[in-house]
Design a protein around this ligand. Sequence first.
Ligand code: SF4
Ligand code: SF4
Ligand code: FES
Length: 239
Amino acid sequence: MPETLEVSLWRGGADGQYVGYSVPQRANQTVLDVVTFVQRNLDATLSYRFACRVGMCGSCAMTVNGKPRWTCRTHVSKVASGGKLTIGPLANLPVIKDLAADMREFFDKWQRGKGAFAPSKTRSDPIAPIKPDDPARVAANKAIECINCGVCYAACDTVRWNSNYLGPAALNRAWTLVNDARDAGNRGRLSAVAANGGCHSCHSHQTCHDLCPLALNPTESIAGLKRATMAAYLRGDIG
Ligand code: SF4
Ligand code: SF4
Ligand code: FES
């Protein structure tokens, strides 16, 4: 293995450029370790985002050699080609500075897709029992593991072509709530996800599924929303 990595990091805003750095290569080094080395040893002005370093917070996603990835759980040995790494901010989002993308529109779309729980009961009511093998609970099982990292959003070609599209993560979230027996917001939620830029814009490429670090399948959730919105339309629940 070469002793140093040739690393190109995006510097600046949207009109920035890639700048090269040499970073010592180490065993079991992650891409986040590389970025942190540059910030601590070569240029303290480098901006990037991370928190947990163990794949739980979803804040460290960047574009690594052309693909969106969690940098804290991506080993350099798996992605560096010929000892070279090119690391930029997540695609499909504005750049704040360097490796930090502006996540506002990602979370705004969660709100637009009615991704907030709408309680059907008060705290005085008994807790609704949900059986683990309830079909709706099973349908939402995988989708609830999402940690909002934005990797699928950055990977989605439909987001790239259509900035109005809600994207895989917001629609995946909506699917978890559509299947939540305790939630009372489904009429508004199904209207929101059936509207222009909603679930029917998805072309089912499954790039989101291919690149989700948790192997979640937003395409499957979106297919469920397509069926649920059509059924709601036929019932006359949504216009
Ligand atoms: S399956 Fe749908 S949400 Fe997933 S990447 Fe393709 S267009 Fe985007
Ligand atoms: S579905 Fe996967 S890739 Fe998309 S935000 Fe959730 S954890 Fe990240
Ligand atoms: S730093 Fe939390 S997921 Fe990578």
